[in-house]
Design a protein around this ligand. Sequence first.
Ligand SMILES: Nc1ncnc2c1ncn2[C@@H]1O[C@H](COP(=O)(O)OP(=O)(O)OP(=O)(O)O)[C@@H](O)[C@H]1O
Ligand SMILES: O=P(O)(O)OC[C@H]1O[C@H](OP(=O)(O)OP(=O)(O)O)[C@H](O)[C@@H]1O
Ligand SMILES: O=C(O)c1cccnc1
Ligand SMILES: [Mg+2]
Length: 557
Amino acid sequence: MAEAAANGEARGGGVPRPTNPMVTPLLTDLYQFTMAYAYWKAGKHLDRAVFDLYFRKNPFGGEFTIFGGLEECIRFIANFKFTEEEIKFLRSVMPTCEDGFFEYLSSIDCSDVEVYAIPEGYVVFPKVPLMRIEGPVAVVQLLETPFLSLVNYASLVTTNAARHRLVAGKSKNLLEFGLRRAQGPDGGISASRYSYMGGFDATSNVAAGRLFGIPIRGTHSHAFVSSFMGLDEITDKALTSSNGSNKCEDFVSLVQNWLTKIQDGSSLCGTFGETSQSELAAFTSYALAFPNSFLALVDTYDVMRSGVPNFCAVALALNDMGYKAVGIRLDSGDLAYLSVETRKFFHSVEKDFGIVGFGKMNITASNDLNEETIDALNKQGHEVDAFGIGTYLVTCYAQAALGCVFKLVEINKQPRIKLSEDVTKVSIPCKKKCYRLYGKEGYPLVDIMTGEDEPGPKIGERLLCRHPFNESKRAHVVPQHVEELLKCYWPGKSSKSREELPSLHEIRARCIQHLERMRPDHMRRLNPTPYKVSVSAKLYDFIHFLWLNEAPVGELQ
Ligand SMILES: Nc1ncnc2c1ncn2[C@@H]1O[C@H](COP(=O)(O)OP(=O)(O)OP(=O)(O)O)[C@@H](O)[C@H]1O
Ligand SMILES: O=P(O)(O)OC[C@H]1O[C@H](OP(=O)(O)OP(=O)(O)O)[C@H](O)[C@@H]1O
Ligand SMILES: O=C(O)c1cccnc1
Ligand SMILES: [Mg+2]
């Protein structure tokens, strides 16, 4: 096995290695190794521990989160094994540790670890474990940092993408343009993958397209437009028609003729004068290179006086040759106003020249877009068909991190609790089961955590759901449908069967479906209603019993 790993082959029963080769057992914090050593020294390293991975607060001021990153966690543990070089390096980092510890590290893998998780792409809520990891305490401790690193950003950016989708609406095309602005190459690749999972349609990131099968899209930049000085730069002016039946020897003149006709056209007469000839040259060249998919960036000089008329001239010339242009991209200025004016221009061309469908030409907008700007455009009224979004999406500008944590909830069957002055930071002890209860109207009503041995909620049976920490908050629920949330993704030595890892496309479809299934008031941007997360009456009593047991009583003097 070690040899196979060294040769770059996947180990771990056919589960491929993590996408990023930097994700190795060393990709963790030093304290995980120092704790592992101390566990080992104390003879505790094989103690059976249960950890929960969860977050405490939904991001972006919202009331929902999408879980991303599970597949990479499973890839990581399936292939978890130290190489000889890694052990050698660790020896140099921890020179005072005994040899036996490094022999122990060399021997470990995750075959005795069990991972239960909510499926990737599900809508998830604070405090409910996204993952429950059980195994020898020293091994599971080593998983904390890589798991958090794989889940935190993935879930944050998936949620960010889903929020952009919600504000843009179902009918708009959402393109992820963030690679150049992301937090380095791994940030860029992850952003493309998880933005797609959260409901984007495509990415400009070619490597992500290849790795994950995400549709790849793109336009062209201002540099392409400004690189042209004039039409005389175009030497090969010929274009064969789309059906191959005729050839236009001078496509440039055809474009120029159309520009004159648009200028003189009845409804557009006088709306613009001389357009930029360098821009016209750039558009014509691009059309000659891509007659089937011509799309032009129209804001290099002046959108309405140059870019849009130039685009229309080229699009009409292409139309003569049997090609259908795609549309334009706006990358500056007032995107609401310019998109509306551009649409009017397209409609005038359709009317003046009887080109059916010209008015429906695609308008893509970009330039520092985010949830707020898209919401503002919606309120003003706009004609944008597609949004290209970079910086705000991939950097998760509105919130830097999700804040998932990894907390010990049980060791050797003894429930453990982490107390805090801040009640939201108190952990929920015990190895737990988690359920989503659905109401009459088909919406999820509440998530409930119970002790592992408690009987699960039953359809049609009234159940008391309690807020884990607030005594007065409780509700009776009669579920119409009960879904157990934590499923077995890595059975360890247990006899459970392992859930399949679905494709990215399947996860994306599930994510979209789950978002649609949520009650709308949980999803609205302004003051959304919190979704209820609860514990069973029995677990509530136990949490508070343990809390009182563990909290020292103060002395007043
Ligand atoms: N109608 C609109 N309502 C609200 N925000 C808009 C509207 N149109 C554009 N925006 C946003 O306003 C901001 C404009 O930014 P800025 O003024 O820096 O760009 P610009 O001057 O138009 O273009 P450039 O990028 O070339 O400087 C962007 O974030 C853009 O998304
Ligand atoms: O605005 P974002 O949401 O980050 O989307 C990506 C931006 O990247 C490109 O511009 P580029 O980086 O070439 O420079 P610019 O912003 O000055 O146009 C593109 O034209 C968008 O404006
Ligand atoms: O294809 C585009 O238009 C694009 C790609 C990346 C960044 N900005 C724009
Ligand atoms: Mg910009």
